[in-house]
Unconditional design. Structure first.
Length: 139
């Protein structure tokens, strides 16, 4: 994990939460959904297959464990996990908790409506919840 730098677009659209063994966890600044982004801390990686086999398994484990934990704790109906990279080429994985009542259900979260930025209290509250969930995964 050499020379890791977060893409400026990811930095502008997210809040840092924590580091997992492989990935930095970021909270997407869109209060419509509980939405985190996992960014493997590797320089110049844009595709999952560019990671070692062990890191591929670690990334999938981090995404699925965090998604499962978030779904249970935050009352989701579905977890969406995706790695697109069409706009931001730095490898990153979206973990989005979906609810039947959310603004875009059942359509994808991308390209529909406008993001609703967190207010300071909402962002801090969800950040604290996510930190507690991540601590539970690590403990």
């Amino acid at each position: 994990m050499i020379n890791f730098e977060l893409d400026e677009r990811l930095a502008a659209d997210t809040f840092p939460i924590a580091d997992l063994p492989l990935s930095r966890v970021l909270l997407m600044n869109d209060a419509r959904y509980p939405w985190v982004i996992l960014v493997p801390r590797h320089a110049s990686i844009s595709e999952v297959f560019e990671l070692s086999e062990n890191d591929q398994q670690q990334l999938w484990q981090e995404a699925t464990q965090l998604g499962d934990t978030m779904k249970a704790a935050l009352g989701g109906d579905k977890v969406n996990i995706a790695a697109l990279g069409n706009v931001v080429s730095q490898l990153h994985v979206h973990v989005v908790i979906r609810r039947h009542s959310d603004a875009t259900w059942p359509a994808p979260v991308w390209g529909i409506g406008s993001p609703e930025p967190y207010d300071l209290d909402g962002q801090a509250q969800l950040r604290d919840q996510l930190l507690a969930l991540i601590d539970g995964l690590n403990g």
